[in-house]
Design a protein around this ligand. Structure first.
Ligand code: ADP
Ligand code: ZN
Length: 299
């Protein structure tokens, strides 16, 4: 019998739930808007209970927006912590599912899970070291180092790295409530909308917004390349739907590094070095399926 896994992409705006063996064998999917925690969690539980009538599940994976407590020794392991999303701070995401299903359960950030999915089935197959950066409502990053997702003290917060901000060129102060003009403060979707008075999806491809955006992202990427030495960088999220950003970012990254990192991948094969995700809009929930597989030890 095929092993089936349950995956939950728990987002701030919507939840996606899936039962699948792998991306080529998806049995059921549902999506619904994120309302209050109790109601939203109950909807997910009901969906899986209906699916379990037909088949046993081997494990569950939860890929959530954050910040999360991922410290297994902590009494609040499995909680959403300080999210500004109304009603969701200090929500225990893990326990209701463990009580309902009593299954091995994988739990990680949405971006870590998406990176795991890309490693298994997408744009990072066969790589031991890569970075996945998502540029949307916020900027989140996942690093795989030596085949292992980095968790560290809490989890990486790459969006909040500090980068040079030329106030003559760009007087916009930035939107990060903690740091103002960190990378996220300058380059996230809401920063684009606030700076130009128009959402990114409504700006034309030749608008100066994209050159500036590419500059900021390429500064962030230069830091990531010099710190982590990734074999590839995957750029996802709504803002990266602006496909003209890719060539701009590649060129700016090469300029920032100025030939100092002597790798063919960067000097000659940059088109394969900076790439979009392969799993597309299903990256999040397939990442949750990958988390479930890890939890089941069937990786
Ligand atoms: P989230 O980060 O909330 O999960 P997204 O990755 O879709 O979701 O990011 C949403 C942000 O991306 C919004 O700020 C939105 O304005 C911006 N965005 C979405 N689509 C586009 C697009 N095609 N071009 C530019 N910006 C976009
Ligand atoms: Zn910040």
């Amino acid at each position: 019998m095929t092993d089936l896994f349950a995956g939950i992409e728990a987002g701030g705006t919507k939840w996606v739930c899936m039962v699948a063996a792998h991306p080529g064998d998806i049995r059921a999917t549902t999506r619904f808007p994120t309302s209050q925690p109790g109601e939203t969690i109950e909807k997910a539980i009901q969906f899986f209970k209906e699916e379990i009538h037909n088949s046993g599940l081997k494990a569950l994976g939860i890929a959530s927006f954050g910040p999360l407590n991922l410290n297994q020794d902590s009494p609040t392991f499995g909680y959403l912590t300080t999210t500004p999303k109304p009603g969701w701070a200090d929500t225990n995401l893990l326990q209701p599912f463990q009580e309902a299903f009593n299954l091995p359960t994988g739990f990680d950030t949405d971006v870590n899970a998406a990176a795991l999915g890309e490693a298994r089935w997408g744009a990072a197959q066969g790589l031991s070291d890569f970075v996945y950066l998502t540029i949307g409502t916020g900027i989140g990053g996942a690093a795989v180092v030596n085949n292992t997702l980095v968790h560290g003290l809490i989890h990486p917060e790459m969006g909040h790295m500090l980068i040079p901000h030329d106030l003559d060129q760009d007087p916009f102060p930035g939107v990060c409530p903690y740091h103002s003009d960190c990378l996220e403060g300058l380059a996230t979707g809401p920063a684009i909308a606030a700076r130009w008075g128009e959402k990114g999806e409504n700006l034309p491809p030749d608008h100066p917004a994209w050159q500036l955006e590419a500059n900021y992202i390429a500064l962030g990427l230069a830091n990531l390349v010099t710190i982590l030495s990734p074999q590839r960088i995957i750029l996802g999220g709504g803002v990266m739907d602006q496909k003209q950003l890719f060539p701009l970012i590649r060129t700016r990254l090469q300029e920032n590094l100025a030939g100092y990192v002597p790798a063919r991948e960067i000097l000659e094969e940059i088109d394969r070095y900076i790439v979009p995700p392969k799993l597309g809009s299903q990256a999040g929930v397939l990442g949750a399926i990958a988390l479930a597989q890890e939890a089941a030890g069937s990786a």
